[in-house]
Design a protein around this ligand. Sequence first.
Ligand code: 13P
Length: 255
Amino acid sequence: MKNWVVGNWKMHGSLSMVTRFIPTLLDGLTEVRGWEQAARVLICPPFPYIAPVAQKLTGYAVGVGAQDVHPLHQGAFTGEVAAPMLAELGVSACIVGHSERRRYNRESDALIGDKLRAVVTAGITPILCVGETLSQREAGRERQVVKRQVMSALKGLEPAAFAKVAVAYEPVWAIGTGRTATPEQANEMHQYIRTLLCANLSPEHGSATPLLYGGSVTPDNAARLLALPDINGALVGGASLKAESFLSILKHSLN
Ligand code: 13P
């Protein structure tokens, strides 16, 4: 399976950043032999920058992703963006259920499931984010929480459609804190998610699902995390805002 290296810019960036970042990334990639065969690389900028990023990436094997979506395909929902609109712009993946949206926008598991199905219907790969808070981990409830998040999001999805989904384990206590999960903690949860998927969907789809880790991934810890058998990529926040550090993580994913 290819290693996924996904940059989530969150609410950062500007047109001038796009103008500098993308050429630097593409230049850097020309020096990395064989990356297209080994990695799936995506940049998820804020909505207004999707079109300019997509335009600059035309003809390159770097994809553009979105950070959120509305569960319906059209309608009177002021300020919202629908999955077919994203598809039209060339978006190939969409983050769904990020913990920041669960927290600040009170997104429920049911809503996240609806968004996930809307994304799949539009032919876009959802990157379903799951992960426990610090207090949930301290109470020993991390598996229970992640199981609920995974199972409710995937409810009602045909096994064939599931072949499109990627899952990102992002422990909330590791996001933006500099406190990364240890490789053992991350791999243990990834193995658990894999077992869940195999048991509840099909062994075939469960073992083929890319499982990404996110939470304070940096050039310094990426190699150790990405070397683990059940970690198939990284969802990178802060360290994806500089082309140099994003490239460095990408290089570690190839080792
Ligand atoms: P950081 O890499 O900044 O911790 O963010 C992780 C994340 O939330 C990616 O979606």
